[in-house]
Design a protein around this ligand. Structure first.
Ligand SMILES: Cc1cc2nc3c(=O)[nH]c(=O)nc-3n(C[C@H](O)[C@H](O)[C@H](O)COP(=O)(O)OP(=O)(O)OC[C@H]3O[C@@H](n4cnc5c(N)ncnc54)[C@H](O)[C@@H]3O)c2cc1C
Length: 613
């Protein structure tokens, strides 16, 4: 099965229409592929590319969004904030968050080939090696750092840069298909790195070494060498891969449910996935395809549990409570639970003198000029980093003067994955950010800094609102339900306030005297760390916290169905012919940015499948 057309929109070309009277699992007449991969996002692109390397294996990749090639803005590194709430964003939101003043928080996710990796901030990070040892302890045998690292390196094609000496080539891959390297940064970035050092966080040359990311550094990013995003879609679905006759890529098509065999004699005890049902509109024509070998679900942390639940895999009490109820195929209590996300204090805006940041691009003429420059030459600020660097620290690091005269002793349990792993990230953006959809202030220059709890205890769930894939599910991350998370974020905010008052930032930051106007966009950025109280910071966080867009674990790997949704081979517990591969299977949260790990995981799974594991 294949086509000369690269990305197919009409299911008649690759699936079989459902006609009246057709039995649900009558697969005999359906178009068939060895592997049906649902979700052409980060993991889906990698798997489709690797599994179709064998010309004798047929692969179908089904994506709900459009081809990335048709979405111009996805190519421009600095343009990703413009993609949020656009047609390439699923634009999910949380339920009202009880511990964040009942606010509803946005959760963007990519709806386009490449998925969220096509709309994200392009940061490439291994996270902390100890994160993976923690995974193994939680039951993910085979997913230690030692076992996953070769696949991180396999994926990467790193371009060294003379501006970034001190990087060991052995810490990066050079023969992979995914291009990484360094981009231009706003002038303020280097100053902030030095300021971090002044507040007790050393500068390190590379976040991606065997020592882990503790320290302050510039991010490696994924770029095509011509100033554009090199998403996994671009890296893995090259024109020659897309042209393979054994690979079919379908776009603008929703997978509604997985279909199970009714003839398999063991199906009551262990159902077998035999294909999927798809459609393009809520009440329109439906089509089906058969998976000769496996269905692999790669829909991400929200849509993967949604699809499993819609297919009857989940807690039967939840499935039967829906209207109309969904028949339980396998009672799997953990599907959709254990949703963890990094929580950020909310934008800590600090004014800066002009000339150090990218705020000038908000003026129409400057922005347009930068876009034209990028379109002609792939250079200039639009090719630069939106989040050039970060500091990864521990809340118990005694070298850091977290506390101020007005602070109280905060009790913080160690939730990190190990002594060398961080539990706080300080991430800076070289522009003032007022919030989703809020226009930037005119004539103001500055930075927006996030203080993130990297190993939150709070976890939540994804649940169905209705029995239709066209209705967004209910997402309740339960943010800040643990006081420990809030205290960790408070410590992160205190670090930022100290950083703002370093010698290094004098004359660069334009701090105003401490005042208590909590309605200002520059509260508490201007606040004096010796005058602000923990209660004031906590109130700010509850009012302003935002998800850091790194959710994981809603179908996590575990030894048993009582503790997770998939086994270490990524097969859904107790179901044949069905695996999951995306950030939903992470056994728990990472202490860093997850996209490189999703890619490595898909690389590893492709090898496992080829070896018959
Ligand atoms: C704004 C933002 C910035 C970020 N920045 C970074 C960063 O700089 N670095 C980093 O490491 N991480 C970053 N992340 C997180 C990272 O990009 C994601 O964790 C990662 O890409 C998730 O990959 P995935 O394969 O799990 O899911 P996705 O890449 O989201 O793939 C899921 C795919 O499934 C498709 N799909 C869903 N439902 C269906 C259906 N029913 N039928 C068919 N297709 C379906 C979706 O359209 C999507 O293409 C960011 C996230 C966001 C939102």
């Amino acid at each position: 099965m294949g086509s000369s057309q690269s990305y197919l929109t009409n299911p008649s070309h690759w699936a079989t229409p459902v006609t009246e009277g057709t039995a649900e699992a009558d697969t005999g007449k359906w178009k068939e592929y060895d592997y049906v991969i649902v979700g052409g996002g980060t993991a889906g692109c990698v798997l489709a590319s690797r599994l179709s390397e064998d010309a004798g294996t047929t692969v179908l990749l089904i994506e709900a969004g459009n081809s990335h090639e048709k979405e111009y803005l996805t190519r421009i590194p600095l343009a990703w904030p413009k993609l949020l709430k656009s047609r390439v964003d699923w634009d999910y939101e949380t339920t009202p968050q009880k511990h964040a003043n009942d606010r509803v928080l946005p959760i963007p996710r990519g709806k386009v080939v490449g998925g969220t990796s096509s709309i994200n901030a392009l940061l490439f990070q291994h996270c902390a090696p100890e994160d993976f040892d923690e995974w193994v302890k939680l039951g993910a045998e085979g997913w230690s750092y030692e076992e996953l690292r070769p696949y991180i390196l396999k994926s990467e094609q790193f371009a060294p840069s003379p501006q970034h000496p001190g990087i060991k080539e052995s810490d990066h891959g050079s023969n992979g298909v995914w291009k990484t390297g360094y981009v231009q940064q706003a002038p303020i970035h280097e100053h902030i790195l030095d300021a971090c050092e002044e507040v007790g966080v050393p500068r390190i040359p590379d976040l991606n070494t065997l020592k882990g990311p503790r320290g302050a550094s510039t991010f490696t990013e994924y770029l095509d060498g011509k100033g554009g995003r090199h998403s996994p879609a671009k890296a893995y679905l090259t024109p020659s891969v897309v042209a393979r006759p054994n690979l079919t890529i379908a776009v603008n098509t929703y997978t509604e449910k997985i279909i199970f065999s009714t003839t398999d004699k063991d199906s009551a005890a262990e159902p077998r996935a035999v294909g999927v049902q798809v459609s393009q509109t809520r009440n329109g024509q439906k089509w089906r395809v058969k998976a000769g070998k496996e269905v692999i679900v790669c829909c991400g942390v929200i849509a993967t549990p949604q699809l499993l639940l819609l297919s009857g895999l989940g807690p039967s009490s939840h499935l039967s409570s829906l209207s109309p109820p969904i028949a339980t195929i396998k009672d799997l209590p953990q599907v959709g639970l254990n949703y963890y996300d990094h929580i950020s204090a909310g934008p800590l805006n600090i004014r800066a003198k002009p000339g150090y940041t990218f705020d000038y691009l908000n003026q129409p003429f400057s922005g347009l000029k930068a876009m034209v420059r990028w379109a002609i030459s792939g250079t200039g600020p639009m090719a630069a980093s939106a989040a050039p660097g970060a500091a990864f620290l521990r809340s118990d690091d005694e070298r850091i003067p977290f506390d101020g005269k007005a602070s109280t002793p905060l009790s913080i349990r160690d939730t990190s994955s190990g002594p060398n792993a961080p539990d706080i990230e300080i991430l800076w953006f070289p522009v003032v950010v007022l919030g989703f959809g809020v226009p930037p202030p005119k004539g103001v220059h500055g930075v927006s800094i996030g203080a993130l709890a990297l190993k939150p205890e709070s976890s939540g769930s994804v649940r169905l609102k209705t029995s239709s894939v066209y209705d967004k599910p209910l997402i309740d991350p339960n943010f800040l339900s643990s006081e420990n998370d809030l205290n960790t974020v408070v410590r992160g905010v205190r670090f930022v306030l100290r950083l703002a008052r370093t010698e290094r930032m004098k004359g660069i930051f334009d701090l105003k005297p401490h005042e208590e106007d909590t309605t200002s966009y520059f509260w508490p950025g201007d606040a004096d760390p010796d005058k602000i109280t923990d209660e004031q910071i906590k109130a700010f966080v509850r009012r302003n916290c935002v998800a850091a867009f790194h959710p994981t674990s809603s179908c996590r790997i575990s030894r048993t169905p009582e503790t997770g949704a998939v086994d270490p081979t990524l097969r859904v517990h107790g179901v044949k012919g069905l695996r999951v591969c995306d950030a939903s299977v992470f056994p728990t949260q990472m202490s860093g940015h997850p996209v490189a790990i999703v890619v490595a995981m898909a690389e590893k799974l492709a090898d496992m499948i080829k070896r018959g594991e």
